[in-house]
Structure formats: C-alpha cells, structure tokens
Design a protein around this ligand. Structure first.
Ligand SMILES: [Zn+2]
Length: 509
C-alpha cells in the first residue's frame, strides 16, 4: 500500500549524462554500469490482457540495454516463486526457467519465496542460473546463511567495483510458511555490518541494496548503511523515495515497468559521479524476443488452458486481500451471490481469506486464470441449514478479529443478508443489526447458507459453529467454488459482470 508520503511517479527523470555521446573508450567518458530492475513478478506471460509485462519483452529490453552499454546487470526485488496459478503445479520452477532465459543476474529472496516448502525452495535455488541474495536470512541453529547464499557479491567493470547485498522483510516469518529452522535477522544490523565491510575492506566504489522490504524499512535501511542506491520490492506500486541521500525505487508488480539505472563512474578515480534513471513501461509496443519462445512452448498446455476467456467485467474488481478481509467488496458480493444461487440457499457466505489474487482487475476480459487466481482452493460449495441464533454466532465470529488483526481471513463476504457491526465493541458482541432478505434474523427460525465445505466440515477459519447446522447438500458431487464463479460470469448478460457495493456490510470503527 502507498502512503501519502511516498511519491508516486509515472515517467522518468534526472540529469542528462554529460558524456553520453562519447564512446566508452574515450578517456573522458565515464564507466557506466546499467542496472535493470523489476520486482514482485508472479508470471512470465504479460498481464492486463496482454498489455503490460511479460518476460519476452524483458529480454528485448535487456538486449537493447546491452547494445548501448556492455555493463548490464538485471535484478529482481523478490517475490516470484509464489503465488500464482502455475505455482500450484510447478512450485515456482516455471519462474526459474523464465528468469534463466532472460539472463537475470541477481534476486533477493522475497517473503513469498517461503510460501513453498524449504525443500522446494532449495531446489529452485539450485536450478537458478542467477544468484539469490538475502544477507539477513539464516539457519537458526547454526547461524549460517540460508542455503549458503553469499552475504554480498562484488562485480567489477573496467576496475570499478560494485557491491550488492540483499535484505528480506522481517515480517516474512508471520506472513509466509517459512520453516521454523530459518530466521530473519535485523536488516539494519546486517546492512550496517556488511556495507561497512564492503566499503572498508573490499574497497568497493558503490553499494547497491537489493531489498524486499516495506518502503519505510527501506528508508530506515538507508540510514543504517551507506548505500548508493536501493532497488526494492514488496509493494506492488511504482514508488520512488529517498532517505539519507540514497534514492529508493520499486516498480509495479508483474514487470509492468523496468527501472533502468545508469551508475556513472569517473574513469580515472572510479568515483561514482551520478546516477541517471529512467522508468521504461513494458507495453505491447515492445516486441517479444524470439529467444524466449521455448519457455512459452514448454508451459504451453497449462498457459492455453489458463488463457481461455470466460467473460468480462465492466467495473474494476477489487480482489485485494486487505479489502476482502476488512470490508464488503464488489467481487465478494459477486462470489457470495454465485454461491447462494448455485445451491439455492437464503444466504451466500464467503470467508474473505478464500478470495485470493490480491489484485484489482481493470474493466476488460476475464480469463480462466483470473477465476483460478481469485478462487484457487477448489472447495466444494455446500448448503447448510442453521438457526437464527447460530447464524448470529457465525457472523459474530466473522468480525471477532476485525479490530485485532489487520487482515482477518475469516471476515465474511455475503449475499442475501446484511449486517452492521462495530469493531470497537468486545468480540462476540459486535453485530448491531443482522437481516436476511430485509427482515431481522429470528433466533429460532432456520436459514440456509451456501458456503465452502472448508468452513463446514473442517471448521476452517475457526467457523466451528457450522457443525451445529444440518447439511442439506454436502460436498459429495457438489459444484466447486471456481466452477460456480465461472458459471456465474458466463451466465451474466453478454457474459459481462458489473458487481457493486450495496451496503450489505456496514462497518463502524
Ligand atoms: Zn513481498
């Protein structure tokens, strides 16, 4: 998320390189090292209906940069192996193939790299033809760097030495399935120690931080160590900032842009004299490099299945996790309606945490990939009959962490029902008003609920009260969540959906 203090920018800027017309061999010309940077790239095919991103275009950009300057490094600011529809099948191996094909040089570990098992992650690192960094990720017992990753790397170009270090988000432990045997240490301390060593012992001419941190943490890191440039990730927005004289950049997720940074060094003294940068939008005007085609061919079957259009949306769909776990969303309404209609229940009930993707979808076509990205779990949709009293408990449970957690997965998206709650009241006593079909819920009346079997038979997200209901239609032979969703899109007029916010849920505090 972007805060107001973080400056969003859209094009490019800064000092024109004074010597750019001179050849590299000119004694007056600076030695130039070009960094190309992307972050949070979850698929190698273009996004936004083919308009933005895509590794075949990244390879074109890389080759263009190499034609201008022999000294090019391509960096990734972490988060690539998960989550994605492909990763359910290939556990991130598809992204390693893609990065290898475009000649990625360095990636920092992102928190989502730890969504897959450590065993799988170690295999992915093994398969990588580039170097992973993460100076503050250690094996808890031995204190040694995770996977024997280097604490830093030094690259030399015509006598200019550049040190690169990687730093990972401290929250990784809580927000991914990182193994208990691993630990994320203080990034500030790690940066301070390693950068001092790079400067004083290794005598590098510049230090680049490759980070996967929140912007506020990047700013702090810039005060902990003497970086010349921080290339980051984690936020999915185009951001630039600076702290302690260090410029900090992140690109929009899925390689919608490439950041191009030219570090210029004095040919004699090897001193860094300036950094020029440009943000290159990765659009369909950039041709695909044909050398990437074998990767697309390798995964063609799955990609073909995922790219099948199922319909369209005329409005922006809000599939952001934080939205679906805190408030009514338009996509939550649509999915809850679809569940309710699929099994002909009074109420549709969706735990917000089951709506994934963590993206907004702009008006335009929707594909099978989009459907599976939003509902990846393949849960059966069942119908349960409960009393009004149990229904009240269910809704109270749904908002019982709304003040305590920032993104409680249990938060409900609903259909056929409305409620008002006050998150400042004690848990289990927050629902002020609860109506089904416009009528107040009556404690001893019965109501039918369409929901995921995950909540009913497994008490998922703590919804154990469903077990006190009667299952009217169970998981056996039930339609799956994504099928129900897809069918609802297809059966909309012109297969085009336009879900709205309808004050189904009114949140106070
Ligand atoms: Zn991240």
């Amino acid at each position: 998320m972007i805060s107001a203090t973080r400056l969003l920018f859209t094009t490019f800027c800064l000092t024109v390189l004074a010597f750019s017309s001179f050849a590299q061999t000119d004694p007056e010309a600076p030695i130039r090292v070009t960094f190309l940077h992307v972050n949070d790239v979850y698929q190698f095919m273009p996004v936004e209906g083919g308009k933005r991103g895509g590794h075949a275009r990244l390879l074109t950009i890389r080759k263009q940069a190499e034609a201008e300057n022999a000294h090019v490094l391509f960096t990734l600011g972490g988060d690539t192996l998960s989550p994605s529809v492909e990763t359910r099948t290939y556990k991130g191996a598809q992204m390693i193939d893609a990065w290898n094909a475009i000649g990625l040089d360095y990636s920092v570990l992102g928190n989502h790299e730890f969504d897959i098992s450590t065993e799988e992650l170690l295999k992915r690192i093994e398969e990588s033809e580039f170097t992973w960094l993460g100076a503050n990720v250690i094996e808890a017992e031995s204190g040694k760097p995770f996977a024997d990753l280097p604490e830093f790397v030094i690259r030399e170009f015509e006598g200019v030495k550049i040190g690169i270090i990687g730093l990972l988000l401290p929250e990784t432990k809580e927000t991914s399935s990182m193994d208990d045997s691993l630990k994320v240490t203080d990034y500030c301390l790690a940066a301070n120690l390693i950068v001092s060593r790079l400067r004083k012992v290794e005598k590098v001419d510049a230090v680049v931080g490759l980070t996967h941190l929140f912007m506020e943490q990047d700013k702090k890191a810039a005060g902990c160590a003497d970086f010349d440039l921080i290339l980051g990730g984690h936020e999915h927005s185009l951001l630039q900032s600076s702290a302690n004289g260090t410029p900090i950049f992140k690109m929009t997720a899925d390689a919608r842009e490439v950041g191009k940074f030219n570090l210029n060094f004095d040919r004699q003294t090897k001193r860094l004299t300036g950094i020029d940068w440009e943000i290159i939008p990765v659009t369909d005007e950039i041709p695909d490099d044909p050398e990437f085609a074998p990767i697309v061919a390798k995964y063609k079957d799955l990609l073909d299945r995922l790219s099948v259009p199922v319909g369209a949306t005329s409005v922006t769909l809000n599939a952001l996790s934080v939205a679906n776990r805190t408030n009514e969303t338009n996509i939550g309404n649509f999915i809850a309606d679809a569940y309710r209609e699929a099994v002909d229940a009074d109420i549709g009930f969706v735990n917000g945490g089951s709506i994934r993707a963590d993206l907004t979808y702009n008006p335009g076509p929707l594909t099978k990939r989009d459907v599976l990205s939003m509902l990846p779990f393949n849960n059966p949709i069942v119908k349960v009959e409960v009393t009004g009293a149990v229904l009240k408990e269910i809704v109270e449970h749904g908002v019982a962490r709304s003040a305590e957690d920032s993104e409680p997965g249990r938060f409900p998206q609903i259909s056929g029902m409305t409620f008002r709650f006050d998150a400042s009241r004690p848990a289990r006593n927050r629902v002020i008003e609860l109506k089904v079909a416009g009528q107040d819920v009556v404690a001893n009346k019965t109501y039918t609920i369409a929901t995921s079997d995950f909540l009913v038979s497994r008490g998922g997200d703590g919804y154990t009260m469903f077990a006190r209901g009667n299952v009217v239609s169970g998981a056996e032979g039930a339609p799956r969540d994504s099928e129900v969703f897809e069918d609802a899109i297809k059966s909309a007029p012109n297969a085009t959906i336009s879900p709205k916010l309808e004050n189904r849920i009114v949140r106070e505090n």
